[in-house]
Design a binder for this molecule. Structure first.
Ligand SMILES: [Zn+2]
Length: 693
């Protein structure tokens, strides 16, 4: 990396944005700006860190930790904008920059985290921590820096540092390879259908989408069913043609393991091996112990105990559901995995008379957003929203809203980017473009991304029930980001442990079916009629329907994640030269955990489990969703008991929990807010798991 690169002042990342809330000036950012800004940003932060390390003054909180928090401003600005567009609106050029930049960032981070003089200063402060007179947030900052340096390997020998850097670089590369292969394999495994009659059962929209997908791939005729990342493919719920269902299901579950150029099993073996080796180098039994020790769960054992409490009940419920389905099918056909969703929909219609197509006219995007999501935030927290078309976003579909507090004071910006497009990755997520911090005087700017199919020109976009839930969920992350009241940017908003971060977003889902909210937004887009109460009642009654399946497929994926990441170097050595058979390993792991149910495959099978292999964040962390849901269900219990959508409750949740971000130990924050440890019973009750536990 060279520091003598010209870095012109007109590069938009050179200085803080002058737009309101320091919104990145997307109207001025060009592709050519990113790489120079990354290079300059890393060089700048490296120089800042070197200066801190070489400071002849003895270490103080100010000259070491605050100085570190202040470092890397250019890098922060360019990273936030760049990784936002590589997720939301990528291109081959951006992907090329990404593959250049990711290993550089990994090496840059190692250079700082493995700097001995820097670590020595932090260790000195840490040893003096009782006598420094720090306030609570500053003490926690010291605690966190110390922990993070130790976890990164600062205490290891020079020789070990060499190996660690190699492992980190290799793992960064393998993760990128895994992600790319999974993406290419999804395209390659799409199911081609010649005859439209085979698509019987799909909606007109879905058939039109399949036809478009065929044209997109250059086919002159026919239809293509594209795969989505999880095992369960949406079309399985409605395709009448059983052979086609079987083809689609098989394409999904055999992805990445067919021994062709998209096979990922060798990558899995290498990632698992290198992670185990790195964990041992860092003084941990295995990768799972390393990852979980810095989460609120603390130990693998705690996670295993929690999952073991849920698994038998979930599996028993799934078995009962299977019997129901078999009864609905009749004796001629034996239930197979590709039949599950199809007959589930039939039973759902028969038992609850709920038909998705009947609901969608009541869920028009603008109404759900303004009269549902924003309305609930208004009632609960007093927020107001003003759309700001004058502020530039990174894509014409990304809409900017200014968020105001009850008294009209400015809080931050919310960007909603709701529609799917080929340049956007799958799924839904929230990310901060500007983190809140009092150190820099910044207010938050947060983005929500979804993948909703846009309606044809001139027609309203109607959502599925699931999409409505996702809108409320992601907005929960946005609220966590917007309400942040921390001093140090390290703690802004959602910068909390992985197994805590889904908690506030899951709580926000409760408002979606809350009567006062639902009746405000669920209005038929043509007739203006409200969603009839009897449909609402049926929705409420159907809440636990198919939860045995949903919980089992989720737990199976979580347990698989743990099985891979509790392998030790010794375990792997004991296998000798024989490479692990991924399929056999997976089957044995599910069997051992008691979740091997033939018609309920894991939500992700090993070869396409991108959450845990294409990035490190969720490795040994897929359990986080249900771990967070314990807190969510426990909090929703409190909301229900105290009367629901009331300002006092919103203010209590906001001040006691959401505003704290990561500025203190998350479980201590929870206890202080709730007045006790979380209870698991509300979660069991919600998922209908109480009977068996
Ligand atoms: Zn989430």
């Amino acid at each position: 990396m060279t520091t003598d690169n010209p870095f012109p002042a007109e590069n938009p990342f050179a200085v803080p944005s002058e737009l309101p809330y320091q919104l990145p000036p997307f109207d001025r950012i060009e592709i050519g700006h990113y790489l120079p800004a990354f290079e300059r940003g890393m060089a700048e932060q490296r120089a800042e860190a070197d200066a801190i390390a070489a400071d002849p003054e003895p270490p103080t909180f100010e000259n070491t930790l605050v100085a570190l928090e202040r470092s890397g401003r250019i890098l922060q600005r360019v990273s936030a904008a760049f990784f936002n567009v590589t997720s939301s609106d990528t291109s081959p050029e951006l992907q090329e920059i990404e593959s250049t930049v990711v290993p550089l960032l990994s090496a840059h981070s190692d250079a700082i985290m493995l700097d001995r003089s820097l670590y020595q200063r932090i260790q000195t402060l840490y040893d003096q921590r009782e006598s420094l007179g720090l306030d609570a947030e500053s003490s926690w900052l010291l605690e966190r820096y110390h922990t993070e340096f130790v976890r990164a390997g600062a205490r290891l020998s020079d020789e070990e540092h060499v190996r660690l850097r190699e492992l980190n670089a290799a793992l960064a590369g393998l993760a990128t390879d895994f992600g790319n292969k999974v993406r290419d394999e999804m395209k390659a495994s799409a199911v081609v259908v010649d005859d439209v009659a085979d698509l019987d059962g799909l909606s007109d929209d879905a058939i039109a989408a399949a036809e478009q997908a065929a044209r997109d791939r250059g086919l002159e005729r026919g239809y293509v069913l594209n795969l989505i990342l999880p095992t369960a493919q949406p079309a399985l719920a409605s395709l009448h043609n059983r052979d086609l269902r079987k083809r689609l299901h098989t394409a999904s579950v055999t992805r990445g393991g067919r021994g062709d150029e998209h096979d990922t099993t060798d990558l899995v073996r290498r990632i698992v091996r290198l992670r185990a080796e790195r964990a041992r180098l860092l003084g941990f039994e295995h990768h799972a112990a390393y990852q979980i020790s810095d989460n609120t769960a603390r130990t693998v054992r705690a996670v295993e105990e929690m999952l073991a409490k849920l698994a038998p009940a979930a599996v028993a419920n799934a078995q009962t559901e299977a019997e129901d389905l078999q009864a609905a099918i009749g004796p001629e056909i034996t239930l197979e995995p590709w039949d599950w969703a199809y007959y589930t929909e039939r039973v759902r219609r028969e038992r609850y008379a709920i038909d998705e197509t009947e609901l969608r006219p009541y869920f028009e995007l603008e109404r759900v957003l303004w009269d549902g999501v924003f309305f609930a935030a208004g009632k609960l927290y007093g927020l107001r929203f003003e759309e700001r078309p004058d502020l530039p976003a990174y894509h014409p579909d990304a809409r900017v809203f200014e968020v105001l507090d009850d008294d009209g004071s400015p809080l931050g910006l919310f960007i909603g980017d709701f529609f799917t497009r080929t340049s956007k990755r799958g799924g839904a997520w929230a990310n901060a473009l500007v983190p809140q911090s009092r150190l820099f005087g910044t207010a938050p700017v947060v983005v929500n991304n979804l993948n909703i199919n846009r309606a044809p020109e001139g027609e309203p976009t109607l959502l599925t029930l699931d999409e409505v839930r996702t809108l409320f969920h992601e907005f929960g992350h946005a609220l966590h980001t917007l309400f942040s009241q921390v001093y140090f940017p390290k703690f802004a908003g959602t910068r909390v442990p992985r197994d805590f971060v889904e908690y506030p977003s899951q709580v926000n889902e409760v408002w979606m079916l809350w009567p006062e909210v639902l009746e405000n937004y669920a209005v038929h887009h043509e007739t203006g009629d409200r969603l009839p109460q009897e449909i609402v009642d049926r929705l409420q009654a159907a809440k636990q329907f198919n939860e045995g399946f949903a919980t089992t497929e989720y737990l199976a994926a979580s347990l698989l994640d743990l099985a891979w990441h509790t392998l030790t170097v010794d375990d792997l050595d004991a296998m000798g030269d024989q490479p692990i058979d991924v399929r056999e390993f997976e089957a044995a792991a599910l069997e051992r955990a008691g979740v091997a149910v033939p018609f309920v495959p894991p939500r992700y099978r090993t070869p396409y489990f991108a959450h845990i292999f294409s990035g490190a964040a969720y490795s040994a962390g897929y359990y986080s969703y249900i771990w967070s849901e314990v807190l969510d269900a426990d909090t929703v219990d409190w909301l229900v008991e105290e009367g629901g959508l009331r300002r006092e409750l919103g203010d209590t949740f906001r001040e006691g929990l959401l505003s704290k971000g990561g500025s203190a130990d998350s479980m201590q924050v929870y206890r202080a807010f709730r007045g006790r440890d979380p209870l698991i019973e509300p979660l069991l009750k919600r998922r209908g798991l109480i009977a068996v536990s």
